[in-house]
Every structure is written in structure tokens, then in C-alpha cells.
Design a protein around this ligand. Structure first.
Ligand code: MLT
Ligand code: MN
Ligand code: ZN
Length: 316
């Protein structure tokens, strides 16, 4: 059974251009430079039948993303092809779109215990949504033996399977005051996870990891057995935000392995042969966003593409 994957948003938090940023990429996108097309915030949609879709991450841009994607338009007076939502974490760029999906009651939400807690006690998105209709949360357990069968509101299997795996990660910043020092120190508690999606027969595997810090053997094996890898392209260099004066945080400090440098993602991907490889969650500070940049050329020369909003992959 083929699986269809649509990249709804290829940018990291803030989008391109970001509201308060005048860096070269944001300025060019704002000016309509064809070398730097605008990008919306991080999300993909996955379907086995083209009728019922799993939204992976609900970005604050979800309303526009759905409007621009005919496959996701309502088919009746009150209807949406979005059968369920799965979240890789509770970051603002990945979770606040749930608030946009409130009319008629939000779709079922698949997430880890840590993400559910963040959405309940931190962002309070789930309690807020509850006043628009009952919200069903279905727990994802990283590393569980059986894949999760994705089901719509009515409990019907939509033909998509989801395996969840932990990646080294930090809690969302807004959760820090609510967590103990031990909870914060546990980088594998499920604050951020990766997804391996497939059709019901286990074929057409896509690995979706918009945030990943540790590049280890188990990730390597998982990527190698996939047909498509959509992976963290947030930062080109570890100190990109510091060098430009935009922030004091390194890429790694923000929970993202940089693309370049020793132990970087591109080096890691070199030995992953087989799958198509494309970057997602690309931050507006990343110079490779410019289509005619040397950074872009160097990524593409290594067999890795930069995904863009609207990219559609059909995995046979
Ligand atoms: C991240 O994943 O680190 C975020 O995209 C940062 C942000 O939301 O600004
Ligand atoms: Mn993000
Ligand atoms: Zn910028």
C-alpha cells in the first residue's frame, strides 16, 4: 500500500520570514527574492488512502497550510480529512496549531506522556481545547514493540502505523519551572521523539525527525531501512546564531545536531544509503535556504535535498 507524505511546513519555529528578523534570509524572503521563497512552520501530513490524513505536528501556520493543500480541504459542510494529529514534542512551533483546529472539537492527539503533561500544565492547550469539545489523547510509548495503529475520531483504522523512538532532547523552555532537576536532566524522557511511519503492511517506511541531537547507531539503522528520511535541517553550523548575533545559543544547546562540522548530520547521513533524504525544520538563520548559495550546493552534492512547503512524496 503506498503512503503519501506532504510537507506542509519546512521551516523551524519562527518561519521564513520570522516576524522580528531582518537577517539576510528573512530580508530576502520578505522582499520576494525568488532564491529565498517563504516557508511556514514545521509540519507534515501522511495518508495511506488519500482520504484520511495524520497531521504530524500542528504548527501555528496550520490554517494556511490546510487552505493551500487541496487534499486537506473539507469534503462536506462540516468535515476535515485530518483524522488525527501526532506530535513529536510540545514546542510552540509544533503544538499551538491545535488551537486552530478547535471548531467541532480537535482531532484525536497522539503524543508521549511528557508532551501531554506539557500541553496540560505548561501551555494549557488541552484544557483550553476541552471547552470546544472532548479531546482524546492517545499515549505514544517510545520503543514499544508494536506500532501504534492510527485511528480517527470514531476509532477506525486509517491504514497508517506509527512507531515512536526517543531522541536526546530537552523539555520546552516553558516547562523548565515546572520540572525537577532530574526530570530536566533526563534527555530520553520523551520530550522530543522521532516518528517512523508506514502503511498497514509495514511497507513504505518514512522516518520523520524534525529535531535530533544524538546521532547514534540505532538511529542509523532506522534511517537505513526507510524509503524516505525527513530530518532536522535546523542549523548549518553549530554557532550560527551566535556568529550572526541573533542569540547566545548553539545548535546543540537547542537540541539540534548541526548539519556541518565534526559529528554533524551531513557526515552521519553519508553512510545512510538507500532512502531519499530531505531536510525539514530549517531555521531562518540557515544560509542554505538561499537556493544559489554554496551551502545549498554542498548539501545537495551529498545527496540530500532541502524540502519545501508543498513537497509531496508518494512511497510505493
Ligand atoms: C526549535 O526547535 O528549537 C525551535 O524551532 C525554536 C523556536 O521555536 O524558535
Ligand atoms: Mn522547532
Ligand atoms: Zn531571519
Amino acid at each position: 500500500m503506498p503512503l503519501t507524505v506532504i510537507v506542509l511546513g519546512s521551516s523551524a519555529g519562527g518561519g521564513l520570514p520570522q516576524w522580528n528578523c531582518n537577517c539576510p534570509q528573512c530580508a530576502a524572503a520578505r522582499a520576494g527574492d525568488p532564491m529565498v521563497p517563504p516557508r511556514s512552520q514545521s509540519s507534515i501530513a501522511v495518508s495511506a488512502d488519500g482520504e484520511r490524513w495524520l497531521l504530524c505536528n500542528a504548527s501555528p501556520d496550520v490554517r494556511t497550510q490546510l487552505a493551500q493543500t487541496p487534499a486537506l480541504h473539507p469534503r462536506a459542510l462540516r468535515h476535515s480529512p485530518i483524522a488525527a494529529v501526532a506530535l513529536t514534542n510540545a514546542d510552540i512551533d509544533h503544538a499551538t496549531g491545535l488551537l486552530i483546529l478547535r471548531e467541532g472539537g480537535a482531532p484525536p492527539v497522539y503524543c508521549t506522556a511528557r508532551t501531554e503533561r506539557a500541553l496540560t500544565d505548561g501551555l494549557r492547550v488541552l484544557p483550553a481545547l476541552a471547552s470546544y469539545g472532548a479531546v482524546t489523547v492517545r499515549r505514544l510509548t517510545p520503543g514499544s514493540a508494536d506500532p501504534e495503529v492510527i485511528r480517527d475520531r470514531a476509532g477506525e483504522d486509517i491504514g497508517v502505523r506509527l512507531r515512536t523512538f526517543t531522541v536526546a532532547s530537552k523539555p520546552p523552555p516553558y516547562m523548565l519551572p515546572l520540572l525537577s532537576a532530574e526530570e530536566i536532566a533526563d534527555l530520553h524522557a520523551g520530550d522530543t521523539v522521532g516518528f517512523e511511519l508506514s502503511s498497514a503492511d509495514g511497507a513504505s517506511r518514512v522516518v520523520y525527525v524534525p529535531g535530533v541531537l544524538d546521532l547514534d547507531a540505532s538511529l542509523h539503522a532506522r534511517l537505513s531501512s526507510a524509503a524516505l528520511v525527513l530530518i532536522d535541517g535546523t542549523f548549518f553550523t553549530d554557532d550560527e546564531m551566535i556568529a550572526s548575533g541573533a542569540s547566545q545559543k548553539t545548535s546543540r544547546r537547542m537540541g539540534h545536531a548541526p548539519l556541518t562540522g565534526a559529528g554533524g548530520l551531513l557526515e552521519f547521513l553519508q553512510s545512510v544509503t538507500g532512502p531519499r533524504k530531505a531536510l525539514v525544520h530549517i531555521n531562518n538563520s540557515n544560509p542554505a535556504l538561499r537556493a544559489d548559495s554554496p551551502e545549498r550546493r554542498s548539501i545537495e552534492a551529498q545527496g540530500v535535498a532541502l524540502s519545501i512547503d508543498g513537497d509531496t512524496f508518494v512511497l510505493g
